[in-house]
Ligand binder design. Structure first.
Ligand code: F6R
Length: 242
């Protein structure tokens, strides 16, 4: 694993954006895997900045997201689809057909999971997958106890995740209980992984996931076995490593 510890959140986001931009400069047709949540937000703003300055173009990339809530259409304010268009895609030079998220509105969710995996495969596989980490060590929506071999699947969200996501919804009852999520198996097939986290509240889980034993109870721990994984942290998130 390669570690990059940055003095603050700004330089952390710049480091992540630079790694993604370098990937696209080297291979303009890159297949990029993206995440939602607070961890990648500043990275997306930095990427839009790089695009404005003419440093990077997304005109030929294909993107796949880690996950999407079941039952929320793309125009729902809390859907991950809307999050991505609001925070990244609309600011880049790319069209709707270049970005795909699992469709949580599909009539047959099982079939959608299979189609999603096939679409990633047909695109040639993910060149670079960006990840955040949950407080319980989840990556995508792979909750503690997940099987490492799983591909895209329907996940039942646990109480901790529902609680963490509640801040975005008016009431707890509004938080979807299910999501379509890439599995650990899908994520591990990406050729490169870029994991990012900031803040003191992530320090403990970063230590447990990457310096502790590899266990399905902490799905991010499997990244210790990925052949090309870069972890970009701010000083606070790295504070329990020493
Ligand atoms: C988001 C995702 C989640 C988040 C994780 C951390 O697409 O798959 O695994 O990366 O929950 O969320 P934040 O960054 O909001 O702390």
């Amino acid at each position: 694993m390669h570690w990059i510890v940055c003095p603050d959140q700004k330089s952390q986001a710049q480091a992540c954006a630079a790694i993604i931009a370098a990937q696209v400069l080297q291979k303009p047709t890159s297949v990029l895997g993206f995440a939602t949540g607070s961890s990648p937000l500043r990275t997306y703003a930095e990427l839009i900045e790089l695009k404005k300055r003419g440093v990077v173009s997304f005109s030929q990339v294909r993107t796949f997201n880690l996950d999407e809530y079941v039952g929320l259409p793309c125009d729902h304010p809390q859907s991950y689809c809307k999050f991505m268009w609001d925070n990244l895609f609309a600011g880049m030079d790319m069209g709707k057909d270049q970005a795909r998220l699992p469709n949580g509105m599909a009539a047959d969710l099982e079939a959608e999971c299979c189609d999603y995996e096939r679409a990633i495969e047909d695109a040639g596989g993910i060149d670079l997958q960006l990840l955040g980490i949950g407080h319980d060590g989840h990556i995508a929506f792979n909750e503690p106890g997940t099987e490492f071999s799983r591909f895209t699947h329907i996940e039942t969200l646990n109480e901790l995740t529902i609680e963490a996501n509640q801040r975005f919804f008016a009431k707890r009852e509004d938080v979807p209980k299910h999501a379509l999520s890439m599995g650990v198996g899908s994520i591990m097939r990406a050729r490169r992984i870029l994991m990012t986290a900031y803040g003191k509240d992530k320090a403990k889980i970063i230590r447990e996931a990457f310096l502790g034993p590899v266990t399905p109870q902490l799905s991010a721990s499997i990244l210790q076995f990925h052949s090309d994984c870069t972890i970009v942290l701010d000083r606070d998130a790295a504070s329990a490593l020493a």
